[in-house]
Design a protein around this ligand. Structure first.
Ligand SMILES: *Cc1c(COP(=O)(O)O)cnc(C)c1O
Length: 473
């Protein structure tokens, strides 16, 4: 399989070439040159597979530069009951007779769906770096979920170090404990005295220093990485098989969305031929995507217009993976995609589809909806009372929107993107009680912590990186 850029650069690349890269050189995102189509015989055969075997089948269609035996072993090592808690890996449960089902994607080490992809990425990085005889220093800024998923994926991996910046004292005690309790020598937590944007600015400044970046082998694990998206395609298939008996049946998915990475994987699964009727994009008060699917206008928000909500992992001003879907929507016209994302967004912070382009959205199965703090509280309460099921704030946004979109005879699968334990404050507000917490995380707040506090100063962060690369080799 060859990969090309959404902005028209068609220089073919292979999977392992783009694995450690971010954007394509022309500023676009990588996509496969074509989506492999799954016929009904293959779909029937996959229905009976264990999760890791299903993952291997799907990944092999997109990865032809890792020997099959190596890929199979790597995937088998990633998706285990030990790491994800159940044999099913992504168990689906029914919410009474509401027509809604919940697919649990958040039983990995950090209790959020990002583990599904990040755990695979950790093993892929270690494999590819060893093969090249190279090292990589991952630099990132986090306000919670992404940073901890990256650290738990990369801990103890050979050839990889993680330098993760977070706003000092601004994460929840639980999130802080999750990250700072890691004692692995290759994980570095830097608590910046400032807000998330200060941490993010430092990461940008370091990344813009190309000489430093090259000399210190700095890389990232951001959400536009194709391997992350590909790993997520697998659970759409796994969810479909659990919710249906025959491959003639259709299902719909509702996806709590921020950067459009999760639901974009659903789009890929549908393009491969998985019988998905609708892909419902659920947003919180930060409704850039809901607005787009309702109006055909994509209007990037400014920092000051971005709301801080009780589903914080969906608080985005622009959706970094969105360009992938738009490229497909525009018939893979790289020049038109470039005009919209490079020219119009740069110049006026927005673009507007033509009426013809907008009309095409329906053929891709997309719908959308929005949820607010009051909706979240009500949904968490109703789900708990009616179905004895405690859901987190992001999943609640999904359940709220899914209930508006469910159709008779079509199972509606809501992707559960985090466990309630991560968002105790809102659970207390909704239910007047503490969220359940997996036994292995009891008392995590009192574990010894390993982190360095630093003023928001790029030079100091660079010096820290230089020193810790030197002492480790
Ligand atoms: C990252 C995240 C999301 C949003 O996913 P995208 O791929 O960015 O759309 C939703 N919920 C939780 C809990 C997350 O961590």
């Amino acid at each position: 399989m060859k990969y090309l850029s959404t902005r028209g650069d068609a220089t073919p690349k292979r999977f392992c070439e783009i694995l450690l890269e971010g954007l394509a050189p022309d500023g676009g995102l990588y996509l496969p040159a074509a989506y492999p189509r799954i016929d009904s015989a293959t779909l029937a055969r996959w229905r009976g597979l264990a999760y890791a075997d299903l993952a291997f089948e799907i990944l092999s269609l997109y990865i032809d530069d890792i020997p099959a035996a190596d890929l199979k072993a790597l995937v088998a090592r990633t998706y285990t009951k030990d790491v994800f808690g159940t044999e099913a890996i992504v168990p689906v449960r029914r919410l009474g007779d509401s027509g809604l089902l919940i697919e649990a994607l958040s039983n990995g080490p950090t209790l959020a769906f990002k583990d599904m992809a990040m755990q695979l990425l950790g093993n892929l990085f270690e494999y590819e770096l060893a093969r090249r005889g190279e090292e990589l220093n991952i630099l990132g800024a986090t306000s919670g979920d992404t940073g901890s998923a990256a650290e738990y994926a990369m801990r103890g991996k050979r050839g990889v170090r993680v330098f993760m910046l977070s706003p000092n004292g601004r994460m929840s005690p639980f999130q802080q404990a999750q990250m700072f309790s890691l004692q692995d020598a290759n994980i570095h937590n830097i608590a910046v005295e400032g807000v998330f944007d200060d941490a993010q600015d430092i990461v940008k400044a370091v990344s813009n220093d190309l000489a430093f970046k090259r000399a210190h082998k700095i890389g990232t694990v951001n959400s536009i990485n194709w391997a992350r998206l590909l790993a997520q395609v697998v659970y759409y298939f796994a969810g479909y098989f659990q919710a249906t008996k025959h491959d003639s049946e259709q299902v719909s998915f509702t996806v709590p969305s921020g950067n459009f990475g999760n639901v974009c994987a659903g789009h890929v699964a549908r393009m491969m031929g998985l019988p998905i009727k609708h892909l419902v994009v659920a947003t919180n008060e930060n409704d850039v995507l809901d607005e787009f699917f309702r109006t055909g206008s994509y209007r990037v928000r400014k920092g000051a217009e971005t709301h801080e909500t009780s589903s914080p992992s969906m608080d985005i001003s622009k959706a970094s993976n969105f360009e992938r879907f738009v490229f497909d929507l525009l018939g893979r016209d790289g020049a038109r995609t470039r005009r919209l994302f490079a020219d119009e967004i740069e110049k006026q912070g927005a673009f507007h589809l033509t009426a013809d382009e907008f009309a095409r959205i329906a053929t891709f199965g997309f719908q959308s909806g929005k949820s607010t703090h009051a909706d979240r509280l009500a949904t968490i309460r109703r789900t708990f009372e009616a179905h004895a099921t405690m859901i987190d704030t992001h999943t609640a946004d999904g359940v709220k929107v899914a209930a508006e979109r469910v159709e008779p005879g079509v199972p509606m699968i809501v992707l559960e993107t985090a466990l309630p334990a991560k968002f105790a404050e809102t659970i207390r507000e909704a239910l007047g009680r503490e969220p359940e917490r997996p036994a292995r995380l009891e008392g995590i707040e009192s574990m010894p912590k390993r982190f360095t506090v630093m003023p928001p100063d790029t030079a100091l962060v660079k010096a820290y990186i230089t020193q810790h690369i030197a002492t480790a080799t």
